[in-house]
Design a protein around this ligand. Structure first.
Ligand SMILES: Cc1ncc(COP(=O)(O)O)c(C=O)c1O
Length: 388
């Protein structure tokens, strides 16, 4: 390492080259980034000046703390935006900007367990892989419920399993937009079963990692939010919105959160969040994305993504004879697993016989066309049928 004229360490030639190589690689890979639900369509350059501060949103966003280099004010506005989208009660909600969907889900299950310490978590086979780890970490009893072939929770299996454990209060982990198939568990059906079995003590956490930023903008959304019985809800920020670093939001009913809060003298605020130090830049970046596009802008962007998803289904079917399908209101286009070459070149996620592409904002019709052309040229593409 060399010293520069202002005393700031500067990199050696070799290290600078290494960074340039990384930049080139990322630029190139971005051209074929269609398998994961992370938008690459953003420009946060007006915010770069804030990267010169050691910003830290430690503590509860709604309570002042001794650490003043924070963006709590912006975080609260982000939370208010999502509160509106998810119909949480204005005076009865709480939340914070997380480091991603996984932390939001861990928070939701944690809160559910604090409310119902003797509870049992029910979650479907199609649940994100991180949830089984969370359940182990929180040491909470849990049962996996079968999924239907299209990815939704099998409510017959749910009802039968619940009947066997009627003495144990259920904590339901509902997927609204599963990872592989974009399926939404039937929240109304779940609540009807709880009512039918007269199970009054229950907790519902909703994992809306991707769809939480889609359903609020469509005409006929699947039931997914606080108005449909959710007690907490997690959404990723780097997925539909897009951000250079992972982030998300978690929202919960305030009355529940208040029962877990602890005052900590060292930071002069409440210790309500899972993480101690928290990324204050993500709150700022999310705030910027929300304000720059506005509600109408996001509605248009979501509509465009759904249009491209439909286009992709059609093109894959018509041009490449691939049995592609998707759920209504989902931008996850599911198709049989293609060859390893295609999987690797297009960074596709795969699970058993399935693969998918996700039409987040940077996956345009032109990108879909390039993918379909590549798939056609590939001899080893899959040929299994749709389960729907
Ligand atoms: C449905 C679902 N839940 C949770 C997660 C985990 O979210 P994150 O990667 O933001 O931690 C994902 C990630 O893809 C997901 O698809």
């Amino acid at each position: 390492m060399e010293e520069s004229s202002i005393g700031v360490p500067s990199l050696s030639l070799g290290d600078r080259q290494k960074l340039d190589d990384l930049y080139q690689r990322l630029e190139s890979e971005r051209q074929r980034f269609i398998g994961y639900p992370c938008s690459a369509e953003f420009d946060y350059s007006p915010l770069y000046r804030f990267l010169g501060f050691p910003i830290n949103n430690i503590g509860d966003p709604f309570v002042p703390s001794n650490y003043h280099l924070n963006t709590h004010e912006f975080e609260c506005e982000v939370l208010e935006f999502f509160r509106g989208l998810c119909h949480a009660p204005p005076d009865g909600f709480w939340g914070y900007v997380t480091h991603g969907g996984t932390e939001g889900n861990m928070y939701g299950i944690y809160l559910g367990r604090e409310m119902l310490p003797d509870g049992m978590v029910y979650y479907s086979e199609d649940t994100h892989y991180s949830v089984s780890k969370i359940l182990r970490l929180l040491h909470v009893r849990n049962l996996m419920i079968k999924s239907l072939p299209d990815g939704r929770m099998d409510l017959e299996d749910f009802r039968e399993t619940l009947k066997i454990h009627r003495d144990v209060p259920p904590i339901i982990f509902a997927n609204i937009g599963t990872t592989m198939k974009g399926a939404a568990d039937d929240l109304e059906g779940i609540r009807a079963i709880l009512a039918d079995l007269a199970i009054a003590r229950h907790y519902i956490h909703v994992d809306a990692a991707l769809s939480g930023m889609i359903l609020p903008f469509v005409e006929a959304p699947e039931p997914f939010d606080f108005s449909c019985g959710a007690d907490s809800l997690s959404i990723s920020g780097h997925k539909m919105i897009g951000c250079p670093f992972p982030c998300g939001v978690v929202l919960a009913r305030k009355a529940n959160v208040d029962r877990t809060a602890r005052n900590i003298e060292y930071i002069g605020t409440l210790d309500t969040t899972l993480a101690g130090s928290r990324n204050g830049d993500s709150a700022l970046f999310l705030w910027y994305a929300i304000r720059a596009l506005g509600l109408e802008g996001w509605r248009r962007r979501v509509r465009q993504c759904l249009t491209v998803a439909e286009y992709a289904v059609k093109r894959l079917r018509d041009e490449a004879a691939v049995q592609a399908w998707r759920h209504r209101n989902s931008i996850t286009v599911v198709f049989p697993r293609p060859s390893m070459d295609i999987i690797s070149r297009w960074q596709l996620a795969v699970h058993h016989q399935w693969s998918h592409l996700i039409t987040v904002p940077h996956v345009t019709q032109e990108v879909v066309d390039r993918f379909v052309a590549d798939l056609r040229a590939d001899v080893g593409n899959g040929s299994a049928g749709s389960p729907t």
